[in-house]
Design a binder for this molecule. Structure first.
Ligand SMILES: [Zn+2]
Length: 409
């Protein structure tokens, strides 16, 4: 049994017309008119496929395909339809439409399952308009309070509550969370590894530990001409020392370590003034808990040492941290087995990015399926993926879900 690759592709292309950008991408930021239009189209498709659709208090949409025993826990799949302001056609959307394609394929083959099947569209995964990534799944899983999420506002001061009401979604509390037997999320890799390894399926075993830190160094503003080098308090000296030391520390933690300096600012930022202040950020990631903790500790120690050596005040503080996730062994095995059964090349990998599945895995057995995307490019209008790879991932999703949903033969 296989999914219909043409239907999957044509729906991806049809969804991409909603909020289409001139450069070939999509702008469907969470709860915008375009996002709501995308969700309406999905609802239409799901209802035409015989699903019952409901929306919860934080705007997560669930399409339910009945099982032969409705008292059983659902086998779930899904992702998100919202995009970055200059997002692509596949990030999130693929996981939703691959899930819909699983349901359509079960219908094509008149195949009933004991367990009900549910397709979910998580609200505001991207966090670009309302700055809380993975908002809907965080509220659904109980990681984040509904009341707090409803209060979030965009840059224009419009609240999540207001936008949900405008869309006819009236928040009345989350109600009881449905029991979930297993949850699978298909997603483009958003990195270059599968493509480079010429491998079709990423069997995602977890998500790496990650944190973001800000380092501040206090110097003293001084004229770039008259002030002798040895009489300056120059915070850039600290930076010049730190960068090679920090990159070397990252290297010592193996090829899985990720270390990124994404932001550097000097104040006042004038070419002929020794800066009075330096701020920069580091993003640290590692799939292994011990290695992650060690790299973080070394970064802190290096910052402390460099400040002391240059006799400057400052420090490093963590402003965001997300613990790593290890996906459910049974769900991971279902993905691995499905890929093997279908004869696709596959490799185990740890996700470098956060996904709704991180929240879902708090309360239900979960795993993810990655497929390659061209050049590893994502959060980019040029995001692209091969129809054959997308079909392969949807077929793996279908068979992983079937292995959990107990089909009636
Ligand atoms: Zn995504």
């Amino acid at each position: 049994m296989r999914i219909n690759p043409d239907r999957l592709w044509s729906r991806l292309m049809e969804m991409a017309t909603i909020g289409a950008t001139p450069s070939g991408g999509c702008n469907r930021q969470a709860l915008s008119d375009a996002d709501m239009a995308g969700r309406r189209l999905l609802k239409q498709w799901a209802e035409a496929a015989g699903c019952k659709v409901r929306v919860d208090a934080i705007g997560n949409l669930f399409a339910h395909r009945a099982g032969s025993d409705e008292s059983l826990a659902v086998v779930m799949t899904g992702s998100h339809l919202d995009t970055q302001p200059t997002g692509g056609k596949f990030d999130g959307v693929y996981g939703v439409l691959a899930g819909l394609e699983v349901i359509e394929s079960l219908n094509d083959h008149a195949l009933q399952t004991h367990h009900p099947i549910e397709l979910c569209v998580w609200c505001n995964e991207e966090g670009s308009r309302f700055s809380m990534a993975m908002m809907g799944s965080a509220v659904w899983s109980g990681r984040f309070a509904l009341a707090e999420a409803l209060k979030l506002t965009d840059r224009a001061g419009i609240s999540v509550r207001g936008e949900l009401q405008r869309a006819g979604i009236h928040a009345q509390g989350m109600g009881e969370r449905q029991a979930v037997k297993a949850c699978f999320e298909a997603h483009i890799e958003q990195g270059p590894v599968l493509e480079q390894q010429a491998t079709t399926i990423g069997v995602v075993t977890g998500v790496q530990h990650m944190s973001r830190h800000e380092i501040e160094v206090e110097g003293q503003e001084a004229h770039a001409g008259p002030t002798p080098m040895d009489m300056r308090r120059d915070p850039i000296r600290v930076l010049a020392d730190l960068l090679p030391a920090l990159y070397a520390a990252a290297e010592r933690h193996g090829s899985s370590a990720r270390f990124t300096v994404g932001f550097i600012e000097t104040l006042p930022g004038s070419p002929n003034t020794v800066p009075g202040k330096l701020r920069f950020t580091v993003d640290i990631r590692h799939p292994d808990a011990e290695q992650y903790a060690s790299l973080k500790a070394q970064a802190h120690a290096l910052v402390r040492d460099a400040l002391a050596r240059h006799k400057l005040k400052g420090g490093m503080r963590c402003f965001w941290e997300a613990p790593g996730v290890i996906f459910d062994a049974g769900c991971v095995d279902a993905v691995r087995s499905a890929a093997a059964k279908l004869g696709f090349s596959a490799m185990e990998m740890v996700s470098g990015a956060g996904h709704d599945s991180c929240n879902v895995s708090d309360v239900a057995p979960t795993a993810m399926i990655f497929v390659p995307c061209a050049g590893g490019l994502s959060h980019n209008e040029a995001e692209s993926a091969a129809p054959a790879d997308l079909a392969a991932g949807a077929n793996v999703l279908l068979h992983a879900m079937l292995s959990m949903a107990a089909p009636l033969s």
